[in-house]
Structure formats: structure tokens, C-alpha cells
Design a protein around this ligand. Structure first.
Ligand SMILES: [Fe+2]
Length: 384
């Protein structure tokens, strides 16, 4: 078997790592930086602290503070226009997945022609952007180490990705202290995004041995630490383990790509604006049942990483259901809301099937589903 293993950017990891941002940026040759974040990061004071740290290293800083969740294409254009007017030589994204994805997309437009929609396809040639540093403030997305930037195409109301080596950061700085005090619902949703990255990486058609090892480790760290991180947002040990899990799950799926669970989450997120990690979490049990007959050993590994004892002689359907039920129980433990609680109408699921089937992530499923099977998967998100 020939496998495709992609590198991660250099990372510095650990409590307090973000205090080195200025030194790292200076070492990468940045003299004038654009710092990108959102209003929430401004309010916490984290963005201001990073900006001061950059200035203390002798770097001139300009800021774009207007990133929105599920970043719309027009925000990317606004920030990139500002970046190009300011003649910056480095870009630093500070925030969760939306901020980091927006930052990566903006960076592409500092050296490539507008609009960002030109790059929503495989094989579109991009030049590398400016020097790019990403600093995650959640433990989930893994965007700091991946070559994907998910942006909302507002014309078609669809989440799409710009991707490829030029999208990836030059440096990731992962500081679990930036997670202190995070709301429990955000910790839970982000943690389940990371869980889904790991479980889908293990079962993707692009699976490889390095990603397998990282994904299994990520799942066991998440099962052991996410409940504690949700319960106590000052538990730095749990937050550190969750940060590490999210980063290695990101490294795993950067090579393998995620698959149908993410296609479902992208679709339901684009239509109902429910948090990405919640969509991933609710899709995952059904996906495990769906792929258990095609990649039973991988589903077994996911169960084992969760601490389940799974009989060797189990039928595939029984195996899929056991792992799916264990995930559902975990979702209840960490307080993931149901689709009913999020006011997503069950009768709308049938209308979303074509969008799920055309989402790029679907192509990496180990098994292709008919429209009826995909409808069943969508409807199964309510079984919780
Ligand atoms: Fe994700």
C-alpha cells in the first residue's frame, strides 16, 4: 500500500508558549505584522497581550478585529485588502477555528489574485503567502497544523475549503493557558471536533500508519481529559492534554482528510449555524455504524482507544453499534445538546442529503453511500 503523509508546521507547545510569539516572529523575519482575531479574543485580552508581545520584540503591528464565525468570503476580502494596503510581511492569527481559517485564507490573497472563491477547488495553483503564525485559543479544530481553510461561500451558502501546501502555517504556537476560563459548552464542542477528526482520520480512505497512531492517542487523551476540562475550566492538566490531543488529531487528518461525518457537519452548520463541533459530535455515532462493515478493525481501534472491551467475534453491525453507543454516552456526559434543543427540524434532513453527498469530505469515506443511506445517517443524528 502506498500512503500519503503530509508534514505539519513547526510547533512550540506548552503552558506559556504564547509569550514567545514576538521572539518567534522576529526569528522568522517578520518586521510588520497583521494580527487577525475577533471581538471575543479582543474582549478576553488575549489578542492585546499577543500584540504587546510582538511590539516588545520590535515588530510593527496592525490589527484586523472583524472575523465572524464560519468566516464569510466578504470578510476574507476585507481583511486581505487591509493587509495589502498595509504592506505587511507577516500574518498572525489568534483565535479558534474560524479565526485561523480566515487568517489562512487572507494570507493566500496577499500574494494571489482575488477573489478567494477562485481557490475553492483541488489543484488550483497558489503562491505561498506571507510568513504565517497561528495561535489556537481552543482545543479542537487543529487548524494550526492543517493545510485547509474552511470559508463560507455566501453566494451558494456553502462551506468550502481552500487547501494545499501554501495554505499551511510557517509556525504554530500552542499555549494551553489561552484556554483557561473557556465556557463549558465551547470546550465540549471543540473537544468533540477533535474526537471526530481522529475517528474520521482512522477510518478515512486516506488512512496511513502515522495518522493511525496519532489518532488513537488523541482519542484516548480526549476520553480521559475532556470531561475534566468541561467540568473545571481552570484544570490546566486537562486543558494541556486536550490541546495536545487536538493538535495531533489535526496532524492526523491533515494527511488522511476527514470524511462523511464532516460532510454532514459542514452541511448542517451552513444551513443552521450550529457549532461545527456539535455537528461533528452528533454525526459520529451514525458514521461509526455506517463504516463498521468496511473498516471493522479501525472501528475496533476507536473503541479500544475509548477503553471498551470488544469481543473479537463480534459481528460488524454489533461492533459499530457498541462504539456508536459509547460515543453517545460520552456526548451526554459532556453535555452536547441534541438537534431538537438546537431547533433543527427533523423533516429538513432529506433536503440536506445532496449537499452532504457533494461535500468534498464525502469523497474520503471508506464506503460510498446511496442517497437513502445518507438520509438514514442524517436522521440518525437525532438518535441521542
Ligand atoms: Fe472539524
Amino acid at each position: 500500500m502506498i500512503v500519503n503523509i503530509k508534514p505539519s508546521p513547526p510547533m512550540i507547545f506548552g503552558a506559556g508558549a504564547s509569550w514567545r510569539t514576538g521572539m518567534v516572529a522576529r526569528g522568522l523575519g517578520i518586521r510588520k505584522a497583521l494580527c487577525i482575531y475577533d471581538q471575543g479574543m479582543k474582549d478576553t485580552g488575549i489578542a492585546g497581550r499577543i500584540v504587546e508581545n510582538l511590539k516588545a520584540a520590535g515588530i510593527q503591528v496592525v490589527c484586523y478585529e472583524g472575523v465572524q464565525p464560519d468566516p464569510p468570503d466578504y470578510i476574507i476580502h476585507e481583511a486581505a485588502t487591509f493587509a495589502n494596503e498595509e504592506n505587511i510581511d507577516g500574518i498572525i492569527g489568534v483565535g479558534g477555528g474560524s479565526v485561523m481559517d480566515a487568517t489562512k485564507a487572507v494570507n493566500i490573497l496577499t500574494t494571489n489574485p482575488f477573489p478567494i472563491t477562485k481557490y475553492f477547488d483541488l489543484g488550483v495553483v497558489q503562491k505561498p503567502g506571507k510568513v504565517l503564525i497561528l495561535i489556537p485559543t481552543t482545543a479542537g479544530t487543529g487548524s494550526e497544523v492543517t493545510e485547509f481553510a474552511i470559508v463560507t461561500d455566501t453566494l451558494n451558502n456553502k462551506k468550502v475549503a481552500t487547501l494545499g501546501p501554501p495554505t499551511i502555517a510557517n509556525q504554530a504556537i500552542i499555549d494551553p493557558e489561552l484556554l483557561l476560563g473557556m465556557p463549558a459548552s465551547l470546550t465540549a464542542a471543540c473537544g468533540m471536533d477533535a474526537f471526530a477528526h481522529a475517528a474520521e482520520a482512522l477510518t478515512s480512505s486516506g488512512m496511513n500508519p502515522l495518522s493511525d497512531a496519532l489518532a488513537q492517542k488523541a482519542i484516548s487523551l480526549i476520553v480521559d481529559n475532556l470531561p475534566a476540562a468541561v467540568k473545571d475550566n481552570n484544570d490546566i492538566t486537562a486543558l494541556t492534554n486536550m490541546s495536545f490531543a487536538a493538535t495531533i488529531a489535526g496532524t492526523a487528518f491533515n494527511s488522511t482528510v476527514t470524511h462523511i461525518g464532516h460532510a454532514m457537519a459542514h452541511t448542517i452548520g451552513a444551513f443552521y449555524h450550529i457549532p461545527h463541533g456539535v455537528g461533528c459530535a452528533l454525526a459520529l455515532p451514525a458514521v461509526m455504524e455506517f463504516v463498521a462493515d468496511t473498516v471493522p478493525e479501525k472501528v475496533r481501534q476507536i473503541g479500544a482507544a475509548m477503553g471498551l472491551s470488544l469481543d473479537k467475534g463480534m459481528a460488524h453491525a454489533e461492533l459499530g453499534l457498541a462504539v456508536a453507543d459509547a460515543i453517545r454516552e460520552f456526548l451526554r456526559k459532556i453535555g452536547i445538546p441534541t438537534l431538537e434543543e438546537l431547533s433543527v427540524q427533523r423533516e429538513m434532513m432529506a433536503l440536506l442529503v445532496p449537499a452532504v453527498m457533494s461535500d468534498m469530505s464525502s469523497y474520503f469515506s471508506p464506503k460510498w453511500g446511496s442517497a437513502e443511506q445518507v438520509y438514514y445517517l442524517m436522521d440518525n443524528m437525532y438518535k441521542y
